[in-house]
Design a protein around this ligand. Structure first.
Ligand code: BG6
Length: 518
C-alpha cells in the first residue's frame, strides 16, 4: 500500500527550538534523533536552529560532537552525514544554571543573534526537558526576560514534559504558575504516548471506519482491559521512581490517554479543542469513588527477585537509589467505571508494572458473548467471546478474535485470530515517537497535547487512590516475582467480577491459528 504526501506543505515555519536540559537523557535519546528524522523527511524549514541550554560547561563544537556520538547509539537508523551536517550547522549551546537570571539574559542575547543570522523570524519554541522542579521557575524567568511575549508576526511556545505535578494540588499550582506568564494556547503539555502511531490510530480506527462505532458501547462490550507492561525494572531511575511509583508514573497520564481515546465520543472535528473537549468529558465521567472503595478497586505490588528471559533479576528494593525497605509500588491494577450513556456498567481494567513477563502495551476490548441457543451441545465455556486487541507496542497492529468451526464431523468451535500487522502493510518506519509531537508544536497544532483541565482531571481520577494509600498501613511488599504478571490480587480483582485478564501479548508471535475454546 502506498501513500503519497507533498511534504512541502507540511514544512514547519521558521523557528528556534530551545531545549532546556540539553545535556540530559531525553535530548540525546529522543529529541535529537527525532529532529534528525524530521529533517530526513524534509519537514523542517531551512530557517531553523536549536539552542541547547544546560549546566554542563561546553562550547558549540563540543555539544555537536557529543550529540553526534550519541546518535550512533540512539538514532533510529544509520546516520547519514548529509542529514546530520544539516542539523549540526544549526546546533548551538549555552551553559548556565536554570536558577540564575543571568542564564536568561544570556539566552536572550543568543536568541537575538541566532534569530538574526538564521532568519527564524522571532518564533521560539522552548522545550523543558528538565527535572520537574524547574518547570515553573524556568517559565517565570522566560517571562521576566520578555521571551514569552508573542507579536502579530511571531509566536512563542513552551513544551512541558511529564510529570506535570505529583497530585491534583501540585498540578493545579503548576498550571496557575505557568498561566501567570503564558496563555493556554502557548502551552504544550506533552504525553509521549500520544506520539505513538498506534495510539493516534485509535481515533482513525474508530472514526475512520463505519463498522466499529455502532457496536462500541455498553450494549455490545463486556469490558475493556488496558495493559502497559514493562519487562525492564527501574534501571537507573530509582531516585525518580521512589517519588513516583507506578500509579503516578503511568496512570494519570499514559493509561488515561488510552482510556480517553478508547471511550470518547466522536469529536465534531479534528481541531485541537474539539478532540480535547471529548477526551476531557471522559475523564470527568470517570466515577470518583470514596477512598475506601478506590482502595478496593486498586491493587498495588512491588517486584521481588525473579527470572526474566532466563536471567535473574534483582528485587526492586536492591535497585540503585531505592530504599531497602521501600514501600513504593512497581505495579498497579485498577478498575474504573465511566458514568455515561455509552459506558455505564462496562468496567475498564487497567494494569501497568515493571519487571513483568513481557513488554506489551495493548487495549483489549472484550465483547459480550453470543447467545447459546444454536450450540446447545457445545459446552458453554467453549464459546469464547469476540475480542478486539489494539496492540500499541512492541508489535503494532490490531487483531480480532472470533469463533470458527473446527474442521471435522463433530461440531466444535475454535477461537481464531484475524491479524493486522502494521509492519506488513506499512513497512518499518523508524521513529522515536517524538517526531510528530515536535512537528505539531512547531506547526501550532495542540491536538496531541494536554490542556490544563485534562491534566487536572487525570489527577482527580487517581486522587482517591492516593488518599487511600496515604492512610493505609505499609503494604506487604515485595509481592510478585520479576518475570510474572504481577501479584495474584490483580487476578482476583477481575475474578471477583467473573472475569480474567486477557493474555494476548503473544498471540501475534507464537499462538497457533486456532486456539480452541480459548
Ligand atoms: C515513561 C515512564 O513516561 O513512560 C516510564 O516514566 C515508562 O516508567 C515509559 O517505562 C513507557 O513509555 P514507552 O514509550 O517506553 O512505552
Amino acid at each position: 500500500m502506498a501513500t503519497e504526501t507533498n511534504n512541502k506543505s507540511h514544512i514547519s515555519p521558521p523557528c528556534i527550538l530551545v531545549i532546556f536540559g540539553a545535556a540530559g537523557d531525553l535530548t540525546k535519546r529522543k529529541l535529537v534523533p527525532a529532529l534528525y528524522n524530521l529533517r530526513k523527511e524534509n519537514l523542517l524549514p531551512e530557517s531553523f536552529a536549536i539552542i541547547g541550554v544546560a549546566r554542563a560547561e561546553m562550547n558549540d563544537e563540543e555539544f555537536r560532537r557529543r550529540l553526534r556520538d550519541d546518535m550512533n547509539e540512539f538514532a533510529t537508523e544509520k546516520v547519514e552525514a548529509e542529514v546530520w551536517d544539516w542539523i549540526a550547522q544549526r546546533l548551538f549551546y549555552l551553559w548556565g544554571d536554570f536558577n540564575d537570571e543571568q542564564t536568561f539574559a544570556n539566552l536572550k542575547d543568543a536568541l537575538e543573534k541566532v534569530d538574526r543570522e538564521s532568519d527564524t523570524r522571532g518564533n521560539y519554541c522552548f522545550y523543558l526537558a528538565t527535572a520537574p522542579q524547574y518547570f515553573a521557575s524556568v517559565v517565570q524567568k522566560l517571562g521576566a526576560a520578555g521571551l514569552t511575549k508573542e507579536g502579530k508576526d511571531h509566536w512563542r511556545r513552551v513544551v512541558i514534559e511529564k510529570p506535570f505535578g505529583s497530585d491534583l494540588k501540585s498540578a493545579q499550582k503548576l498550571n496557575r504558575d505557568i498561566r501567570r506568564v503564558l496563555k493556554e494556547d502557548q502551552i504544550y503539555r506533552i504525553d509521549h504516548y500520544l506520539g505513538k502511531e498506534t495510539v493516534q490510530n485509535i481515533l482513525i480506527f474508530r472514526f475512520g471506519n463505519g463498522i466499529f462505532e455502532p457496536i462500541w458501547n455498553r450494549s455490545y462490550i463486556d469490558c475493556v482491559q488496558i495493559t502497559a507492561a514493562d519487562k525492564v525494572g527501574v534501571e537507573q531511575r530509582g531516585g525518580y521512581y521512589e517519588q513516583a511509583g507506578a500509579l503516578r508514573d503511568m496512570v494519570p497520564n499514559h493509561l488515561l490517554q488510552l482510556v480517553t481515546l478508547t471511550a470518547m465520543e466522536p469529536p465534531v472535528s479534528f481541531k485541537a479543542n474539539a478532540v480535547r473537549d471529548e477526551q476531557a468529558k471522559v475523564l470527568h465521567a470517570i466515577q470518583c469513588p470514596s477512598p475506601e472503595e478506590a482502595d478496593r478497586r486498586t491493587i498495588r505490588g512491588q517486584y521481588d527477585a525473579g527470572m526474566i528471559d532466563g536471567e535473574s533479576a534483582p528485587p526492586y528494593r536492591s535497585e540503585p537509589n531505592v530504599a531497602p525497605d521501600s514501600s513504593v509500588e512497581t505495579f498497579v491494577a485498577l478498575k474504573i467505571l465511566i458514568d455515561n450513556w455509552r459506558w455505564s456498567d462496562v468496567p475498564f481494567y487497567l494494569r501497568t508494572g515493571k519487571r513483568l513477563a513481557a513488554r506489551d502495551t495493548e487495549i483489549a476490548i472484550k465483547f459480550k458473548r453470543a447467545p447459546f441457543m444454536l450450540f446447545r451441545d457445545s459446552p458453554v465455556d467453549r464459546l469464547s467471546s469476540n475480542r478486539l486487541v489494539l496492540h500499541i507496542q512492541p508489535d503494532e497492529g490490531i487483531s480480532l478474535r472470533f469463533g470458527a468451526k473446527e474442521p471435522g464431523p463433530i461440531l466444535k468451535i475454535g477461537a481464531v485470530d484475524m491479524d493486522f500487522d502494521y509492519e506488513d502493510y506499512f513497512g518499518d518506519v523508524p521513529s522515536t515517537g517524538y517526531e510528530r509531537l515536535l512537528h505539531d508544536c512547531m506547526m501550532g497544532d495542540a491536538t496531541l497535547f494536554q490542556r490544563a483541565d485534562q491534566v487536572e482531571a487525570g489527577w482527580a481520577v487517581v486522587a482517591p487512590i492516593q488518599e487511600a494509600w496515604a492512610n493505609a498501613p505499609p503494604p506487604n511488599f515485595p509481592s510478585y516475582k520479576a518475570g510474572t504478571w504481577g501479584p495474584q490480587e490483580a487476578d482476583e480483582l477481575l475474578a471477583k467480577d467473573g472475569r480474567a485478564w486477557e493474555q494476548t501479548h503473544d498471540i501475534r508471535k507464537s499462538e497457533p491459528h486456532a486456539a480452541a475454546g480459548a
